[in-house]
Design a protein around this ligand. Structure first.
Ligand code: ADP
Ligand code: MG
Length: 238
């Protein structure tokens, strides 16, 4: 429940080859971090996994089944963006429940799942507020809550903490680590923050030049960085 395989995934925008053949195996329950220089295609790859963008070629398998023709809402995936992407006119509760409502879930179930997610994220007191009445950290927790209520097998995070100040980044990172333990879901997480990568990852995937340069545990990358980008990112002495 929540494994992912990418096979020769390619993506071109016009003449520009952004992804040049990505092969990757993510096991159920793994926490996988994508790192790489700005513009190397990290967000594009997440969007392809989520179904928000089509690959030019290649296959994407979730729990062994090809999903390239499966619409985003049916992939069992929830994505959390850097920009929160909340609806300003909806309350916290309605922002969190909207996906379920659109999927036709019964009202009682939406209530129950929203309540559970808000408790996990200490948002119970804010359920009737609008996004504008929340801090940045609270908004991002609502965006995470909106992902949780859908009970996805796979969470995708695209630099979720980069708009938060340092103290909130630490808090929210610890919260995401706890969620990963509690939910036992698979998580794929893009960051350019070395501490986030080293502390959250079971496995780090380094993208550059349209291909995967290295895959390994934080310690493997630290001890044996494949190139200068990896060494610089991880801070190892190579
Ligand atoms: P990253 O998230 O690693 O910073 P992106 O995946 O956002 O990189 O972008 C990778 C490359 O693809 C960039 O050169 C970007 O300009 C280009 N790109 C992304 N989306 C589009 C699009 N919809 N149309 C054209 N080019 C795009
Ligand atoms: Mg990006």
């Amino acid at each position: 429940m929540g494994s992912l395989q990418l096979k020769s995934v390619r993506k071109s925008f016009g003449p520009v080859d952004v992804l040049k053949g990505i092969d990757l195996d993510v096991k159920d329950g793994e926490f996988v971090i994508f790192v790489g220089p700005s513009g190397c295609g990290k967000s594009t790859l997440l969007r392809i996994i989520a179904g928000l963008e089509d690959a030019t070629s290649g296959s994407i398998l979730i729990d062994g089944a090809e999903v390239s023709a499966v619409p985003p809402a049916k992939r069992g995936i929830a994505m959390v963006f850097q920009s929160y992407a909340l609806y300003p006119h909806l309350s916290v509760k309605d922002n969190m429940g909207l996906g379920l409502k659109q999927a036709g879930a019964p009202k009682a179930e939406i209530e129950a799942r929203t309540k559970k997610a808000s408790a996990m994220l200490s948002l119970e007191k804010y359920l009737d507020r609008r996004p504008a009445e929340l801090s940045g950290g609270q908004r991002q927790r609502v965006a995470i809550g909106r992902a949780i209520v859908r009970e996805p097998k796979l969470f995708l995070f695209d630099e979720p903490l980069s708009n938060l100040d340092a103290a909130l980044r630490v808090n929210t990172r610890l919260e995401i680590a706890r969620l990963h333990r509690d939910l036992k879901a698979t998580m794929i997480y893009v960051t350019h923050d070395q501490v986030e990568a080293m502390t959250l990852a079971d496995k780090i995937v380094v993208l550059d030049g349209g291909v995967i340069q290295q895959v390994g545990s934080p310690m493997e990358l630290y001890n044996r960085p494949a190139n200068l980008f990896v060494a610089g990112f991880i801070g190892s002495p190579a």
